[in-house]
Ligand binder design. Structure first.
Ligand code: GLN
Ligand code: ZN
Length: 771
């Protein structure tokens, strides 16, 4: 028979219980015991959900109090000395690595002050993992408490024999890095690490784990030869343990065809898992490459998105595999862990039933794998009802008016090359802009938001709940705008902003004003640690029924003689920070967003706003995982959608863009091709040398590298900012340099913001005198 399996389940709980318990523990409001208890309750609940759904192979050790990669750092005793020296408890050490720890000395304990380990994006998802940070003389030792064994036993005691999940040794090392001042190449540590895996796997087998899921997602990347070879070294050992468990090696987020020569070295393993949602095309090649007795786990239920699986398509893929391998050698699975999907659709009480019928969250996806497996094993009749309902949902979605808007399609079809380009090249534009804007040298500005005070949040909540009227709320927002304008004028900034007090979130705010989007109330997904995000969902063709930001910007401009900067979130960021559609290519969705934003940009200009910033902080993370065609295509459509959204204005209107990022070495062409008149980027925490790329490539337009870190409450001094600008002038011409902070100021207090910006303006004035 064909079995069903889930590669991992979201940990937070239906009501983000884990987030709440963890943050309450951090705040000293609840005990460690109560946090541990919450973890245990959630694990039990999640196993039960999967069992009740009929899933055959249920994962364990997919739970984590912070991050699964961080758990492995601790599991292998690969914790840098700066954390171990304080004799913290294991859980305290885990959190110290995840988020840093600052604690005053007490009578019995010494003071602790340690920053966190680096946090990086997990492949191309919005999840972040903690990066293994390794030493030249790194040693590994299995921790005393073996979490995967503990959690396996915990499930077993509940009557559920699970398949433990561990991150494989090649991925663990490849995703790691040498600690600061160290020079080790992580993969060279493989021989030292393998004995720990042998011990771990043996212990799992002793505990009764028949199979273990060993994740090697790096197999979807372009790998150095040495790393590819490491698979043979690792799995010839781990697959041949005398008393070891059967291993299913799991890959996800892409195809592994380009690394197909690695597959023979893992062919003797019990099974291989591949992601057929992301890369269905790899199936034939994989079928030809799997070992003679090997089981193939086919990921046909999307672990990264919220759409109902199209059963008939999924069944077809599974049956193709069954034809070659036989039913006993095929497992129906989620494409990846369900970590990236929300807990359950059942919590959504406010969704329009029409669209709710198109969705499937983690709990529903667990049912899907079971149904597909049953359909293949017992035949369609066994699940006739489910198949019929699924087909009806799929048809309803494909033919819905919400998904198909003929006007939007017609407009897309009519786009011409000219729509992507500004009327004139930069030199002519900047000449026209100097006339309209009349700015001094070293113009100063901010990135958009000002402190989102508790008062702002209180009023927004009242408005959302209906406790105050729209007019009252609008009056409040206007008053906020008045205040930030007065402050900016007093400080002496040159290009002002309205401060974004009306925005709950930089994507949701726009989504709520566009056709084609829907919103959830509970669909949270973990971003890192206890932080969760609730991405809006793009369900259909996108259009803008009415202006979205013109009212606030126009009001703000009416209150000052200085130029007011309009503030929009760019098409790629709107797309990346939403759940996208899976029925049309992302480039199509970005283009629709771009057209909607283009109208907004033009309307802002008509309303007298002659500086418009289109933020694209997410443009870099959309960069495809592998070099080659997909990347080239991405660069093209990402750049085109930005240009399409901004090119509708006259030469005298200045287009700004902002990126929360400073290292452009590998994507300079993307940045440059956007053709934005002014770019503001993060730079204060990085080496000013990173700006050399702008000099080297003779970047012709204006740039404002952030002069101070807005993530910290620290107030930068006048001298400090002056020195920073001095460093920047090594790489940038005085006439192209803008002076601004690293990013928006919404998380800061006014007591920090005012003096910091005053120092910034004074530093700019110093250079105005000098040049
Ligand atoms: N304009 C936004 C702000 O100032 C930009 C935020 C971002 O780049 N993440 O908050
Ligand atoms: Zn930013």
């Amino acid at each position: 028979m064909v079995q069903s399996s889930v590669l991992g389940f979201p940990r937070m709980g239906a009501n983000r219980e884990l987030k709440k318990a963890t943050e309450s523990y951090w705040a000293g409001k609840s005990s460690v015991e109560s946090l541990l208890e919450t973890g245990k309750t959630l694990r039990a609940a999640h196993w039960k959900i999967q069992k009740d759904a009929g899933v055959d192979v249920i994962p364990s050790n997919d739970f984590s109090f912070y991050d699964q990669v961080l758990d492995h750092i601790q599991l292998f005793n690969a914790v840098p000395e700066r954390y171990t020296k304080y004799n913290l408890s294991a859980l305290e050490t885990l959190f110290a690595m995840g988020r840093g720890l600052q604690r005053k000395a007490t009578d019995t304990t010494e003071a602790v002050d340690v920053t966190s380990l680096e946090m990086v994006k997990w492949f191309d998802s919005n999840y972040h993992y903690v990066r293994p940070t390794l030493q030249d003389d790194q040693t590994f030792k299995l921790s005393e408490v073996v979490k995967p064994v503990e959690e396996f036993n915990e499930a077993k005691a509940l009557g559920i024999v699970t398949r433990p999940v561990v991150l494989g040794p090649v991925s663990f090392l490849h995703l790691g890095k040498a600690d600061r001042d160290q020079s080790v190449t992580p993969i060279d540590l493989l021989e030292k690490l393998l004995p720990v895996y042998e011990e771990l796997l043996t212990k799992l087998a002793e505990a009764g784990a028949e199979t273990v899921q060993i994740d090697e997602p790096v197999l979807v990347l372009d790998l150095p030869e040495k790393t590819k070879k490491a698979f043979a070294t690792a799995y010839s050992k781990l697959g041949a343990l005398a008393n070891g468990p059967k291993l299913v090696l799991a890959t996800y987020f892409g195809d592994i065809v380009h690394n197909i020569d690695v597959v023979p070295s893992i062919n003797h393993l019990y099974g291989l898992h591949v992601d057929l949602v992301r890369a269905p095309g790899q199936l034939q090649e994989i079928l030809g490459a799997v070992g003679e007795k090997q089981v193939l786990s086919v990921g046909v239920v999307d672990g990264r998105n919220i759409w109902k699986t199209n059963f008939s398509k999924a069944i077809e893929l599974v049956e193709t595999a069954v034809k070659t391998l036989g039913a006993d050698r095929v497992i129906v699975a989620t494409s990846s862990s369900l970590l990236h999907t929300p807990h359950t659709l059942a919590s959504e009480k406010k969704l329009d039933p029409e669209v709710a019928d198109w969705f499937s969250f983690a709990t529903e996806k667990a049912k899907e794998v079971a149904i597909i497996a049953k359909a293949v094993t017992e035949g369609a009749e066994a699940v006739a009802e489910e198949l019929k309902a699924n087909a009806a949902s799929v048809t309803a979605r494909a033919t819905s008016k919400r998904t198909n808007d003929a006007d939007v399609k017609a407009r897309q079809a009519a786009i011409t090359e000219a729509d992507y380009n500004r009327k004139s090249p930069f030199p002519e534009r900047i000449a026209a802009q100097s006339k309209t804007l009349n700015l001094p040298k070293f113009p100063t500005t901010t990135i958009g938001s000002f402190p989102q005070t508790s008062e702002i949040r209180i009023q927004r909540n009242k408005f959302t709940k209906g406790d105050i009227t729209a007019e009252e709320y609008e009056k409040f927002i206007e008053k906020e705008i008045d205040d930030v304008i007065a402050i900016q004028e007093e400080i002496g900034l040159d290009v002002l902003v309205h401060g974004e007090p009306e925005r709950n979130d930089m994507v949701q705010y726009f989504g709520e004003r566009l056709n084609g989007y829907v919103f959830t109330t509970h669909a949270w997904v973990q971003s890192y640690g206890s932080r969760c995000v609730r991405p809006p969902i793009i369900v259909g063709d996108i259009s803008r029924p009415a202006p979205m930001t013109v009212k606030e910007s126009k009001y703000a401009q009416s209150k000052t003689k200085k130029p007011m900067k309009g503030m929009l979130t760019g098409p790629v960021t709107c797309l990346r920070w939403s759940f996208p559609r899976d029925d049309v290519h992302q480039s199509v969705q970005a283009e629709q967003l771009a057209l909607a934003l283009r109208d907004e940009v033009v309307d802002l200009e008509k309303a007298g706003i002659y500086v418009i910033q289109v933020d694209e902080p997410a443009i870099r993370e959309g960069f495809p995982l592998r070099d080659g065609k997909e990347r080239d295509e991405y660069l093209k459509w990402a750049v085109n959608s930005f240009k399409l959204s901004t090119a509708g204005v006259e030469d005298g209107t200045q287009i700004h863009s902002h990126f929360c990022y400073s290292d452009f070495q590998d994507m300079f062409s993307l940045i440059s091709d956007l053709d934005a008149d002014v770019l503001s980027i993060e730079n204060s925490k990085s080496d000013a040398k990173l700006l050399n790329v702008f000099k080297k490539e003779e970047y012709p337009r204006h740039i404002g590298p952030g002069v101070y870190d807005i993530h910290s409450p620290r107030i930068p001094s006048y001298e400090e900012i002056k020195n920073r600008i001095e460093e920047m002038l090594v790489y940038l011409k005085p006439e192209q340099l803008w002076i601004d902070p690293d990013c928006g100021l919404k998380t800061r207090q006014w007591t920090e913001t005012k003096p910091a910006l005053t120092n910034l303006v004074n530093a700019a004035k110093f250079f105005r005198e000098k040049y």
